[in-house]
Design a binder for this molecule. Structure first.
Ligand code: SAM
Length: 372
């Protein structure tokens, strides 16, 4: 089968986690750069990657990379790409992208040059005067960085963080893809007992259940490339069956979620039902002040940061309380994500491990305590 190069953007800080996920699904020649992991495989890997990857933001086909410091170079570079391999005669191919530290700075101008070059190539290949674009969508995107252009074709459609279980969210939900990375770093296993005492809309609880039970996060949703002619329906059906077969049924994973806000409790419960994991998760209303840190329970949370929900002082007070109620030792491991530079001093203990992670544009750290 023909080989293709795939590329997945991810949260800064999750490249290593994503790399490992990609190796587990059979990606080859995997390489990571800031916020992105690239790999090779056959066309069925498009379906598998979309369905299975928990920390990727989307799955893109890398069509090509070339130097482009003039519009002519951009036009000629795009015109050489084998677009007809994926885009059929009636395919719609919108263009979007970014440019950074490059001579070509105007995004609309780059978009229209790329569109023109792609149309030229496809019209020539299909022997038509213009492309009707009445069929499925083949979203092209470009990244021009330091005068090098990379052209991608998106296969996911909506971002992969949209698993389909969180139609509603509280005021400051964490992205599903970041939550998946956090539960991976915190070492959730098939028999973990898990707790999130600031559960909000339940994202960490649900992603922990998915990880423990090996539930592919994309099983319940559709992807742009499902409408493409070049990937058969059989490939998608096979990959879904393969993912279903991989679900672990004899696990003793169980999770407890708490939140002070009764609306969040209801919201988390509803999201757990939508996610299909309600039998593995119990959610109750509770204040962190009354948290009982049970033995052999992994506590992971995303407490209020201050900027968005509470005043910073109140967030700091919560960190102090957490330092008292979380044991943070081998029997009671815990991991907390926070953007506060002085988190450890409020918590009252130096973390056994820190991992830099970005929550959107906000630089955070995941503070892990597991030695005591
Ligand atoms: C940043 S949000 C958590 C978001 C969650 N990770 C998600 O993805 O939806 C913090 C949560 O802490 C809750 N909270 C604030 N103070 C609390 C307290 N004293 N005890 C328990 N929960 C509290 C808030 O109601 C809010 O839902």
């Amino acid at each position: 089968m023909e080989r293709i190069t795939l590329s997945c953007p991810c949260h800064f800080g999750l490249e290593r986690t994503l790399k490992f996920e990609i190796s587990r699904i059979g990606g080859e020649n995997i390489s990571a750069s800031d916020g992105r992991v690239e790999f090779e495989g056959d066309i069925s890997l498009i379906a598998r990657a979309n369905i299975c990857l928990a920390t990727a933001e989307r799955v893109q086909i890398k069509l090509g990379e070339f130097k482009a410091d003039t519009f002519d170079m951009l036009f000629e570079g795009v015109k050489k790409l084998p677009l007809e391999r994926f885009i059929p005669k009636n395919g719609a191919f919108p263009v979007k992208g970014h440019s950074l530290n490059s001579k070509l700075t105007s995004i609309p101008a780059c978009q229209s040059i790329i569109k023109k070059a792609a149309a030229d190539r496809l019209c020539g290949k299909y022997g038509v005067g213009f492309m009707e674009e009445t069929g499925a969508v083949y979203q092209l995107s470009f990244n021009i960085i330091k005068d090098r252009a990379v052209i991608y074709l998106d296969t996911s459609g909506e971002g992969l963080h949209k698993r389909g279980y969180r139609r509603n969210a509280n005021a400051a939900p964490i992205r599903e893809t970041l939550a998946a990375g956090i539960v991976d770093i915190a070492m959730v296993k098939r028999d973990t007992v898990f707790c999130d005492p600031f559960c909000g809309s339940g994202t960490l609880l649900i992603e922990a259940a998915y990880k423990a039970l090996n539930i592919a996060p994309g099983l319940k949703r559709k992807f742009a490339a499902e409408k493409w002619e070049c990937i058969s329906g059989e490939i998608w059906r096979n990959e879904r069956t393969r993912a279903m077969d991989g679900i672990i049924k004899d696990s003793s994973f169980y999770a407890y979620g708490y939140d002070i806000d009764p609306e969040c409790v209801e919201l988390s419960r509803a999201n757990c039902v939508k996610a299909g994991v309600k039998n593995r998760i119990r959610i109750d209303r509770a204040d962190i002040r009354s948290y009982e840190n049970k033995a052999d329970t992994l506590t992971v949370c995303n407490p209020p940061y201050g900027e968005r929900m509470l005043e910073i002082r109140e967030a700091e007070e919560l960190y102090r309380i957490m330092g008292k109620v979380f044991a943070g030792d081998a029997a009671h491991p815990c991991a907390v994500i926070s953007p506060h530079e002085d988190f450890e001093s409020f918590f009252g203990k130096k973390a056994d491990k820190q991992r830099k992670l970005y929550n959107g544009m906000m630089k955070c750290r995941l503070y892990s305590y597991y030695r005591g």
